[in-house]
Design a protein around this ligand. Sequence first.
Ligand SMILES: Cc1cn([C@H]2C[C@H](O)[C@@H](COP(=O)(O)OP(=O)(O)O[C@H]3O[C@H](C)C(=O)[C@H](O)[C@H]3O)O2)c(=O)[nH]c1=O
Length: 181
Amino acid sequence: MNIIDTIIPEVKIIEPAVFGDARGFFFESFNEQKFQAATHVNLPFVQDNHSRSSKGVLRGLHYQIERAQGKLVRVVSGAVIDVAVDLRRSSPTFKQWVAVELSADNHRQLWVPPGFGHGFVVISDTADFLYKTTDYWFKEHERAVRWDDPTLAVDWGYTGEVSLSAKDMDAPYLVDAELFE
Ligand SMILES: Cc1cn([C@H]2C[C@H](O)[C@@H](COP(=O)(O)OP(=O)(O)O[C@H]3O[C@H](C)C(=O)[C@H](O)[C@H]3O)O2)c(=O)[nH]c1=O
């Protein structure tokens, strides 16, 4: 397992050791002991999620207030640009973001800590997105910030038309959003 630092110290790119042979490949998509030793993140994962989206679908920027979720995200078919945004007002990297291409081909994973907004845009025809979370989903604690908020100015690395859910179309700007201290 190879850990790659990003401009935000707590956000890590994880490259698993992939074992290829004439049959195909094998890799451990998650190993708690190795993950904790490599990232020093000692939070339990309690839920696994799987979403499938077509090209141009953008899901985000989402987070849970009160019950903040850490997310370990990866793509098992297709490719996305995955984004993590620091929404902690007291953080020295508040409002900074990281954008990483995650794909079935590069096997990369991204650790998105609690306190961050998360989203992705699909750059392949379709993408299957799998992730583990460190707390359960609570609809009442769900929050969102506009994907195109001008104060964040996230570069999604995608110039096509984006397709959003109604919820994401109506998401507040950062200035109006409930954030983390
Ligand atoms: C997140 C979630 C949703 N749902 C239900 C609620 C809706 O009936 C349906 C679709 O939910 P939503 O449109 O919020 O799904 P996404 O837009 O993919 O939301 C996710 O997208 C971004 C990328 C994230 O990081 C979050 O995990 C999450 O907010 O699944 C559940 O039953 N459990 C869950 O954990």
